[in-house]
Design a protein around this ligand. Structure first.
Ligand SMILES: [Zn+2]
Length: 747
């Protein structure tokens, strides 16, 4: 394995050091040369000034779904896309979009405190005072509620934290919980709290994560000031994203909608995000045991788990309106293959003024689209159709992109080659995640784009960072291997409708790591903050245009779709190994743990003065049978390598055969879809990548199997091993079909 990786690295190095050979994956040599020439022209025309000008307009006022500026932004972008030669429309959908009608949080008792729930206007930040236009701090899709109860601190509020609480003898039943942001997607916190019997949920930003402990606070530095609040959706997105009332179909004006009270993705208890200033008096009211060391934040208090001495009163009421959202869809028809689409998207809605999230990515995408449009006017031909998208309503739950993907599902299944997403962007290192068939293709692009601060390729810079700043294990693993391993996609931005619902190969791209701050989803994510701390001079905005622009143009112009089966096969094989090891570790841990319990060691070790409870024994871990999956993986490996050997021949095929081959290749990702979907969430159909049911953003690879194991549902795990085996077999047959097209002609 190691040797293969080494060879690949050498191979890539040879290619890049003899760049005059101009080899690009999927291109004949002649076409590669012309493509590279156009890419040079593309780079030369990108202008930081445009990014700056557009960001100033787009972030001049709060631009969430249903806002005046949100619609103005959609019109502004649509007009620009039209002026660059794109066939542009605004796709409108009508979605459930709750906004706060009433918010109240108070600590009762001897030392009462009324939460401010207000972020301060700063004279250094010119949009921070737009009070009447700002969405107040809240969590969208919280339940309405009026609850009074004792408070319990639940750390990050993930399932493992509740196991710990149980050991401490603390129950949250009938209580309001307070959780720190981080450690999971925020929507997991109220979901798990509710499952454990809590009646309300508060989420606060501990200064340890993105406040004064991380660095100087805004406006002196980029981090979260004491009254900064992270807004955000708590929709149960791991079940399905998009408009909660129309799962699986589009929320057009006359769509038949679910009754709101039956919707499973809306939280069952009231949830409110608060600042650390508002959290402090509440945390000070907690008594009971001191929290485990890993749970402590950096407020100047001793953290206790609770319950609180005094009760907390939380009252939230929402306007449950149906609001219009506006996606901008701009098409540039392909000259040869108009029915093969490369889709490129970024969202345009923000929680408030949203400069970093999402406008930094949006303006980079616009500049990319502008220059491509200009080049097409000057004779640049794109074989396939480009579809540039600016999504609305991403922040509340990928509303705009999901509704559009659901609305056009038939057409997208037939035509979509790939979906390229970006969201926020800042100074730093390239981050890339997505379908592993695109990994070598993406690595070539990372070789070709130059880092604006150091003058080396973005791949070299990322490699240096990973090796220097990685831990010891990462260093040993990475040294000498510059290949960028794509991350796997869970949830978190607009790819879900494309990748996980429809099976369209997807990539998510963005720079970051040197523009950290605490502005996320607050009123301080503004133009002033962005140009001072995130990407001064928009150099990395241009780097994103270059990276995503190349990705889009190369996919649009490739003679043979540049996908690589061995990369996918190796990645899945690693996942399978990981799952087997995980099951083995669980078995050993369960045996040891049960022995400690049965030998009463927990009872003897605990502090008798604290009411801690000993854990209960767990059921033994059975042996799962991975053999069908492993056999399917052997077949996949053989077929993937066979096709790999033939790939070059694909470039020499006559046009009609090449078209036939591409028809198979661009739909390959569809075979990783199982129409029945994942257990308990049929909307998610991809068998390799899904957001975690209990982690949210965090990806679960081979999710059907992995979550069965993690939740100790052994039957479900075994059933899903069989389902995934079948999926791999189907996928392998498609590779063989593709090989058939080549060998018929080549031999
Ligand atoms: Zn975003």
């Amino acid at each position: 394995m190691r040797k293969q990786i080494f060879c690949l690295t050498v191979f890539v190095c040879v290619l890049s050091s003899f760049s005059f050979a101009q080899k690009i994956m999927g291109f004949t040599e002649t076409n590669a040369k012309s493509q590279v020439d156009w890419e040079k022209k593309f780079d030369e025309q990108l202008s930081t000034k445009n990014l700056d000008t557009w960001m100033q307009f787009l972030t001049s006022h709060p631009h969430h779904v249903g806002s005046v500026q949100g619609k103005a932004n959609a019109d502004y972008m649509a007009n620009l896309f039209r002026s660059w030669g794109y066939q542009t429309e605004i796709a409108e959908y009508n979605v459930l979009f709750p906004t706060p009608k009433f918010r109240q949080l108070e600590l009762l008792g001897s030392k009462p405190y009324k939460a401010k729930l207000e972020e301060a206007t700063l004279k250094e930040d010119k949009t921070s005072g737009q009070k009447t236009e700002q969405l107040p701090s809240y969590n969208a899709y919280s339940a309405d509620g009026d609850v009074t109860a004792e408070l319990v601190f639940v750390n990050r509020g993930i399932p493992a934290d509740y196991d710990e609480l149980e050991r401490m003898g603390v129950s949250v039943k009938g209580k309001i919980v307070i959780a720190k942001y981080g450690g999971s997607w925020r929507g997991i916190k109220p979901k798990v709290a509710y499952e454990h019997g809590a009646i309300g949920c508060l989420i606060y930003s501990d200064p340890e994560d993105d406040g004064y402990s991380a660095g100087d606070v805004y406006p002196e530095g980029p981090f979260r000031p004491k009254d900064g609040v992270q807004r955000g959706s708590v929709m149960d997105m791991p079940v399905y994203p998009g408009d909660p009332l129309t799962p699986g179909f589009s929320s057009t004006k006359d769509a038949k909608r679910l009754d709101r009270n039956t919707v499973v993705t809306i939280m069952k208890i009231p949830v409110l995000p608060i600042s650390y200033e508002d959290a402090l008096p509440l945390l000070q009211s907690l008594s009971g045991a001191v929290v485990p060391a890993a749970w402590r934040g950096s407020l100047p208090i001793t953290y206790h788990v609770g319950p609180s001495k005094d009760k907390v009163h939380l009252k939230l009421l929402f306007n449950w309106d149906i609001k219009s959202l506006y996606n901008v869809i701009a098409k540039l028809p392909g000259s040869e293959l108009p029915d093969e689409w490369i889709i490129r998207g970024n969202h345009h809605d923000g929680w408030v003024n949203g400069a970093a999230d999402p406008t930094s990515g949006m303006v980079a995408e616009m500049e990319e689209a502008r220059v491509i449009g200009e080049m097409v006017k000057k004779g640049y031909k794109l074989k396939r159709t480009l579809v540039y998208c600016a999504w609305d309503g991403e922040e509340q739950g990928l509303l705009g992109s999901t509704e559009w993907a659901e609305d056009h599902q038939e057409e997208l299944r037939k035509k979509a080659v790939a979906y390229i997403n970006s969201d926020g962007n800042s100074r730093g290192f390239i981050g890339a995640a997505g379908s592993h068939t695109l990994e070598p293709f993406f690595n070539e692009i990372a070789d070709a784009v130059i880092d604006p601060q150091t003058g080396v390729s973005i791949k070299e810079r990322r490699y240096a960072n990973a090796v220097v700043n990685g831990d010891r294990a990462a260093r040993a693993r990475l040294l000498g291997n510059k290949n960028i391993k794509l991350g796997a996609l869970g949830a978190g931005s607009d790819w879900s409708g494309f990748l996980q619902f429809l099976g369209i190969a997807s990539l998510n791209l963005g720079f970051g790591g040197e523009g950290s701050g605490g502005e996320y989803h607050s009123i301080y994510d503004s133009y002033d903050h962005f140009v001072k701390f995130k990407d001064p001079g928009f150099q990395y905005g241009i780097a994103l245009s270059k990276t995503a622009g190349r990705t889009t143009m190369r996919l649009a112009n490739a003679d043979v779709i540049p996908i690589d089966f061995p990369s996918l096969q190796k990645t899945i094989a690693d996942y399978v190994t990981e799952l087997k090891m995980h099951t083995e570790t669980m078995r050993l841990e369960t045996e040891t743990e049960n022995k400690l319990i049965n030998d009463k060691l927990y009872d003897l070790a605990k502090d008798p003065k604290k009411g801690f409870e000993s854990p209960k024994p767990k059921d033994a871990v059975p042996f799962l049978n991975f053999s069908n999956l492993e056999n399917a993986m052997v077949q996949l490996k053989t077929s993937a390598e066979e096709f790999q050997k033939q790939f070059g021949n694909g470039l020499q095929l006559p046009a009609d055969k090449q078209k036939e081959l591409n028809q198979i290749l661009f739909k390959m990702e569809r075979s990783l879809i199982n129409e029945k979907g994942l257990p308990r969430r049929s909307w998610y159909k991809h068998q390799v990548y899904a957001p975690g049911f209990y982690t949210g953003y965090g990806v679960k690879t081979l999710p059907g199997i992995r979550e069965g194991i993690e939740e100790r549902n052994w039957k479900e795990a075994q059933d899903n091993i069989e389902i995934v085996s079948k999926t791999i077999e189907t996928y392998t047959k498609e590779i063989q079909k593709a090989s058939g097209v080549i060998s018929k002609k080549a031999f």
